[in-house]
Design a protein. Structure first.
Length: 283
């Protein structure tokens, strides 16, 4: 039904634990999803083989050795066996509600995304335990924290819809640009926070020499902003023009409906860009 693709970090230390947790949760989805791991970092090929998922090692990178999303999205849309694809960060856990949500969408073109729930996970999850899903739901309800509207860890879309520029993966900017691009092309952007539970397993950013407290900065971040065309070409889930709920698709409620209508209005975009500049300086 869905082809899920991702670009893992090296399978080392804490990242080894949380990335295996994430991928194993995807394997549990039914109907069975195709899973493709991209990249040649330490442990990627070995993990793909051990878990029985596909692996593509040859992808384009920038001069810092960071994979380029243009290469990965292009490969994925050519290689996937399913017509619905999902890009997901390699540290997020999904549940069966993902499949049920996609089944509710009755549009031919769309981009589905949603907010995540941040949770500290330090141990490997026992997916052979039939109660793993219920236990994890209880834990995230008690300990998890709903992330802000700009923290987006997955995108679901039909094949050949996304034309991704050469953004560096894992650096800010590209996800916000993708929402802007879809809205500019009049493609429905659907906020599925109400019906898709996404657990983001908290981690640091020490895997990059440009790692900061809450993100990867440095020249790759600045280049992503330039590729996007500046901060005015960035939107968040606040700008989604559809909401997916238990009863299907609907337009956003007030005042979110107003924000989505203003999304492509130039004066509003400039105001938001100024707000982002201030936030970045305070980060």
């Amino acid at each position: 039904m869905i082809s899920i693709f991702t670009i893992p970090k090296p399978f080392q230390g804490h990242n080894n634990i949380i990335q295996k947790n994430a991928i194993k949760s995807w394997i549990k989805l039914r109907p069975t999803c195709e899973i493709i791991l991209f990249g040649d970092d330490d442990g990627v090929a070995e993990t793909a083989q051990k878990l029985g998922v596909k692996h593509v090692s040859s992808i384009e990178k920038n001069e810092f050795g960071t994979p380029l999303l243009s290469s990965v999205f292009s490969f994925a849309q050519k290689l996937a066996k399913n017509n619905i694809l999902m890009y997901a960060n390699s540290d997020v856990i999904f549940f069966q509600d993902l499949i049920k949500a996609v089944e509710r969408i009755d549009k031919s073109s769309f981009l589905v995304c949603g907010r995540r729930r941040d949770l500290d996970v330090e141990e490997e999850i026992d997916f052979e335990d039939n109660e793993w899903s219920g236990k994890l739901h209880k834990r995230v309800k008690k300990e998890g924290k709903l992330h802000g509207l700009s923290g987006i860890d997955y995108f679901i879309f039909p094949r050949n819809l996304v034309k991704m520029p050469p953004f560096a993966v894992g650096r800010p900017g590209w996800d916000s640009w993708l929402i802007y691009d879809m809205r500019s092309r009049k493609i429905p952007v659907i906020n599925a926070t109400e019906v898709i539970t996404v657990i983001h397993q908290n981690h640091n950013f020490s895997h990059s020499k440009f790692g900061e407290k809450k993100r990867v900065g440095g020249p790759e971040w600045q280049r992503n902003i330039e590729i996007a065309g500046g901060l005015t070409n960035m939107l968040t889930l606040r700008d989604a023009d559809w909401v997916l709920g238990e009863n299907g698709l609907r337009r956003p409620d007030f005042p979110a409906r107003v924000f989505s209508m203003l999304s492509l209005c130039y004066p509003w975009k400039v105001l938001l860009a100024v707000k982002r500049k201030i936030q970045n300086r305070l980060f």
